[in-house]
Design a protein. Structure first.
Length: 421
């Protein structure tokens, strides 16, 4: 049994043999058969940008959360294990998110097949790496038919796939293609080729050797070869050629045309901007503010989309009503500067918002025994009990005043009465 048969079990290809299937018509009457116009992965600039995004998305932490009225409970069940460690037999959780994100940016549509057992329990998540897919309708239900590079085909219900998309505009269900960067990729490729061609062209004809006498063809070639051997050898350091009256040498100034540095820089930045990136993010020399901007504009939207789609497709309506959800998040504090981490801990630790081990984790330190305790400053008080504490403070002050008065006036009223008498 091959990988294809192991993942896409034959008994689940429910409508491949039916003739009643029809193409699913979108509202814009578009025939939904999709082939990519251009493959951005063939471009070094595009691949570098996609790799950067996929690498950081793959570091997101997927968890099964159950939201109650008062708390969020993290469920340590098979869903969390699939999302956090091993979604299928062939890849890790990191590999899954990396591959899905790469497909998302290459094709603007990414599909994850949800493998369930006979009881409906999710037992695997498999990214679908197809080269063509088709939307079909059968008995009023929506299906997707995939064709793979090896010729295999697989059809399943739309609800059996987690579907992520970008540039969601032209079609009712799918993201648009990357056609807008087709010319960008061609321009960058042409610029790269110009450098290669310039190197090759430098080895071509660089001068004309003109003989002032009539020579036979074989003599002409013999004199030319001798001239090249004696004066155009790279090991000749003199740089001087000597000719008699029978021949003249005219140098050809053959300067190849190639893209200059500023143009190459513009093309590179233009490609990165298509993916909402800049060179600092790609080269990993970003500042804290640049990282935060990258997270909020690129990573966070993907995390939100994945959280919502995974939640809808992995849980039934009843399970969702009980607060079950999938959340993808990241510890953004890890990317903050040490100064920011210190300021954050100094600000929120006194509020009782951090455990000891959480503080240690912020500074990349291992947990310690007893580190699950929450420490809080006594300088803060519950707002609802502020009045009660104020009354306690006033009573304490009155008590202190009475003590001070007793110290200053030993005997109190008795002494006073004796003095009066």
């Amino acid at each position: 049994m091959g990988i294809f048969d192991k993942i896409f079990k034959t008994d689940k290809k429910v409508i491949d043999d039916y003739v009643a299937q029809t193409q699913f018509k979108l509202m814009n009457d578009f025939i939904p058969i999709f082939n990519e116009v251009v493959d951005p992965y063939d471009s070094a600039s595009a691949r570098k940008a996609i790799h950067t995004i996929a690498t950081h998305v793959a570091k997101l932490n997927g968890r099964h959360i159950r939201q109650t009225e008062t708390d969020k409970i993290e469920e340590n069940d098979h869903i969390t294990k699939l999302l956090g460690t091993r979604p299928n037999s062939f890849m890790s959780a990191y590999d899954l998110l990396y591959k899905v994100t790469t497909n998302l940016y290459l094709k603007n549509n990414a599909f994850i097949y949800i493998d369930r057992n006979d009881n409906g329990k999710v037992i695997g998540l498999h990214p679908v790496n197809n080269n063509q897919f088709e939307m079909l309708e059968y008995r009023g239900e929506l299906y997707i038919k995939f064709q793979f590079p090896n010729g295999n085909k697989f059809t399943a219900h739309y609800d059996d796939f987690i579907h992520l998309r970008r540039y969601f505009n032209d079609h009712d269900l799918l993201g648009s293609s990357n056609k807008p960067i087709e010319n960008k990729i061609k321009v960058i490729q042409t610029s790269d080729d110009s450098v290669v061609n310039a190197v090759k062209q430098s080895t071509f004809l660089r001068g004309i050797l003109k003989y002032n006498t009539m020579l036979k063809e074989e003599d002409t070639k013999r004199h030319r070869d001798r001239f090249i051997q004696e004066y155009m050898d790279i090991n000749d350091q003199s740089g001087v050629a000597a000719l008699d009256a029978k021949a003249d040498y005219k140098e050809l100034n053959n300067e190849p045309k190639m893209t200059n540095e500023n143009q190459m820089k513009f093309f590179e930045e233009d490609m990165l901007s298509y993916f909402n990136l800049n060179k600092s993010i790609v080269n990993s020399d970003y500042t804290e503010d640049q990282w935060n901007a990258f997270y909020e504009s690129v990573l966070e939207p993907i995390a939100i989309q994945m959280s919502q789609e995974f939640t809808h497709k992995l849980f039934t309506e009843n399970e969702r009503n009980y607060g079950n959800m999938v959340v993808f998040d990241s510890n953004r504090i890890q990317y903050a500067s040490v100064r920011t981490k210190i300021a954050l801990v100094q600000y929120i630790s006194p509020l009782g918002a951090l455990k000891v081990n959480e503080v240690r984790e912020i500074f990349n330190m291992p947990p310690i025994e007893g580190g699950d305790k929450v420490l809080q400053s006594l300088n803060y008080v519950d707002a609802e009990k502020a009045g009660q504490y104020q009354q306690i403070d006033q009573d304490a002050k009155d008590g202190i005043n009475d003590i001070n008065e007793d110290i200053d006036n030993p005997g109190g009223d008795i002494n006073g009465q004796q003095n009066k008498s």
